[in-house]
Design a binder for this molecule. Structure first.
Ligand code: BEZ
Ligand code: FE
Length: 294
C-alpha cells in the first residue's frame, strides 16, 4: 500500500495495527490514531505550527526529572487528570469525593501521633485539623492511615524550600484511633500558583489563564479492604475556588476554616494566638468484591 493522501492515510494506519496481539493495546492504538488524525484534520496545522507542537512536547519532556513532572502538570491543566479521576472514582452515597494527587506528595512522610504539631519551623496562623474516617455507612475505621500535606502561608510546600528549611514540614502520616478519629496542628495554607516557569506556564499564558490553585489541605487515606482515597479539603471563600487551574474543586470538599480567639482549643490545648479550625469527616468506599477476590 502506498500513495496515501489526506483521506486515505487514517485507514492505512489502522490497517497496519489490526494484528496487535493485545486487544487493549489494539483498542487504545486505534482510538489514538482516529482521534489524532481527526484533530489534525480539524486544525489543519501549518508545517511551522506542527514543529512548534513537537518542540513544546520535547521541552515538556526535558523539564521532567525526579523533582518535576511537567507532563502531569500538562495533564492536570488540560483537565485530563480530573477526567481520568472521574472515570475511575464513582462516588456512592457516604463516600468522600476524590481529586488530583498533585506533585507534592512524599511517600515517606514522618509518622506522628495524633495531636502533633506538624508545622516544623514554619510560621503562620495556627490551624487545628480534626477529622474522622468511616465506612460509607458511618462505621468508624480504626487504624486507617491518614497522610496529610499542605502549603505554607506563602503558598510553598516544604519540598520547594528544603534548602532553606532543612527538613520536611507541614506533612505527616497519622493513624486513626479506636473511634476512627485523628487530629493535628499546623499553619493555615494559602492559595498558590502551580509551577509555571516551564512549557505548561507558557501554555497557560497564551491561553489567557492564571496558574493558581485555591488554598487546600491534601489527604490520602488508606485502610485494608477499602479504596485508597486521594483528596483535598479547600478553604471556603478562597477567590480561586471557581477557577482552579487544575479543575480539582468539588462543593463537597469545601469547608469553613473557622476562626477562634486564643484560649483553650477543642483538643484541650491552650493556644496563645487566634487560630483556625477545620473539621472533616471522611467516608471510604469498600473495594469491590470482584477486586477483593482477584
Ligand atoms: C497540588 O495541589 O499540590 C497540585 C495539584 C496539581 C498540580 C500542581 C499542584
Ligand atoms: Fe496542593
Amino acid at each position: 500500500m502506498r500513495n496515501f493522501n489526506e483521506t486515505t492515510i487514517t485507514d492505512a494506519v489502522l490497517e497496519r495495527i489490526k494484528d496487535a496481539t493485545d486487544p487493549r493495546i489494539k483498542e487504545v492504538s486505534e482510538a489514538l490514531v482516529r482521534h489524532l488524525h481527526a484533530f489534525v484534520r480539524e486544525i489543519r496545522p501549518t508545517q511551522k505550527e506542527w514543529e512548534y507542537g513537537i518542540d513544546f512536547l520535547t521541552r515538556t519532556g526535558h523539564m521532567c526529572d525526579d523533582k518535576r513532572q511537567e507532563f502531569i502538570l500538562l495533564s492536570d491543566t488540560l483537565g485530563v487528570s480530573m477526567l481520568v479521576d472521574a472515570i475511575n472514582h464513582p462516588v456512592p452515597e457516604g463516600a468522600t469525593e476524590t481529586t488530583v494527587l498533585g506533585p507534592f506528595f512524599v511517600q515517606a512522610a514522618p509518622e506522628k501521633d495524633s495531636g502533633a504539631d506538624i508545622s516544623g519551623p514554619m510560621e503562620g496562623d495556627p490551624m487545628l485539623v480534626t477529622g474522622s474516617v468511616s465506612t460509607v455507612d458511618g462505621q468508624p475505621l480504626a487504624g486507617a492511615i491518614v497522610d496529610v500535606w499542605h502549603s505554607d502561608d506563602d503558598g510553598y510546600y516544604d519540598v520547594q524550600q528544603l534548602d532553606d528549611i532543612g527538613d520536611l514540614a507541614m506533612r505527616a502520616r497519622f493513624h486513626t484511633d479506636a473511634n476512627g478519629r485523628f487530629h493535628f496542628w499546623s499553619i493555615k495554607p494559602a492559595a498558590y500558583p502551580i509551577p509555571h516557569d516551564g512549557p505548561v506556564g507558557e501554555m497557560l499564558e497564551v491561553q489567557g489563564r492564571h496558574p493558581w490553585r485555591p488554598a487546600h489541605v491534601h489527604f490520602m487515606i488508606s485502610a485494608p479492604g477499602f479504596e485508597q482515597l486521594v483528596t483535598h479539603v479547600f478553604v471556603a471563600g478562597d477567590k480561586y475556588l471557581d477557577s482552579d487551574v487544575v479543575f480539582g474543586v468539588k462543593d463537597s470538599l469545601i469547608r469553613e476554616f473557622t476562626g477562634h480567639p486564643a484560649g483553650r482549643a477543642p483538643d484541650g490545648r491552650m493556644v496563645e494566638r487566634d487560630y483556625f479550625h477545620l473539621n472533616y469527616d471522611f467516608g471510604l468506599k469498600q473495594v469491590a468484591s470482584s477486586a477483593r477476590a482477584a
